[in-house]
Design a protein around this ligand. Structure first.
Ligand code: ZN
Ligand code: ZN
Length: 271
């Protein structure tokens, strides 16, 4: 059975990704409507009820847009950190029966997949990133983080595939349309990861075996796919490294990314 990652939406207007690992289907965030989710899963021959779980990173609207309708119609469990669960159950009391709160830093299992949930620095109740392990594969997921603290770095090192935020180009943010206070929030330690910070971590990840990198949660106003890709490619090239880089589009990916087991060769870097 194929292991794959399929981004259904990424960026300030919505976030949602499907991870298929060892026959287990995990949806990360619910930032699309149920109608759209149904259609996109249908394109893969799946239905919402084929999902083993939804894992939520935090309660911001771009990550939970479809939640109210979802809990009305489906009984797929929603895993999230306890602080996020509290914030969500205040907003959506009808979600209570579906929520599976965990303590950040916890390990748990969904189907055949071992999940490690780690805290991320962001201006939400208790935002979370994830590492997934199954079938000899390790996949990391971290978006909505103002910087890369050591526990986040350590959780992602050694993952063969990593979905990592590359939110903004600092110069575009500084000269862009956002008011000063919002610029400060985005660039701050509980905001979003910049292209240079993403690129810096990418070098370390590839040095430690990451061979597929998906740049995610790009800002509409303060970034372009070209800026994000160039920054990380240049940093890898300068370090004598290379890896497969995809930029998650605002809407769905053209096709799922098949996850590979092969590790980037760090002993004979490409020119
Ligand atoms: Zn957020
Ligand atoms: Zn977000």
């Amino acid at each position: 059975m194929d292991n794959f990652y399929y981004s259904l939406a990424s960026g300030s207007s919505g976030n949602c990704g499907l991870l298929a690992l060892d026959g287990t289907y995990i949806l990360i965030d619910l930032g699309v409507s149920v109608r759209r989710l149904t259609a996109l899963l249908g394109g893969l021959g799946l239905t919402i009820d084929d999902l083993d779980a939804v894992l939520l990173t935090h309660e911001h609207i771009d990550h939970i847009k479809g939640m109210a309708t979802f809990v009305k119609r489906h009984s797929v469990p929603l895993y999230t950190a306890i602080g996020t669960a509290e914030a969500l159950s205040r907003k959506f009391p009808q979600a209570n029966d579906h929520l599976r709160p965990f303590y950040s830093g916890a390990n748990f299992t969904v189907g055949n997949v071992k999940v490690y949930a780690f805290p991320t620095p962001h201006d939400a109740a208790e935002s979370t990133g994830y590492r997934f392990e199954a079938d000899g594969m390790r996949v990391g997921y971290a978006t909505d983080l103002g910087f890369v603290p050591t526990p986040v770095r350590e959780a992602l090192l050694g993952c063969s595939t990593v979905v990592l935020e590359s939110n903004h180009d600092p110069e575009m943010l500084r000269t862009g349309p956002y008011p000063y206070a919002l610029q400060q929030r985005v660039a701050g330690p509980r905001g979003h990861l910049s292209n240079p910070d993403c690129a810096k971590l990418a070098v370390e990840l590839v040095q430690n075996g990451t061979s597929q990198l998906i740049l995610a949660h790009l800002s509409d106003k303060n970034n372009t796919p070209g800026h994000a890709r160039l920054e990380t490619e240049a940093a890898l090239r300068a370090a004598g490294l290379s890896c497969t880089i995809l930029v998650a589009p605002k809407d769905e990916m053209e096709q799922p990314l098949l996850l590979t087991r092969e590790e980037a060769c760090v002993c004979c870097p490409s020119a």
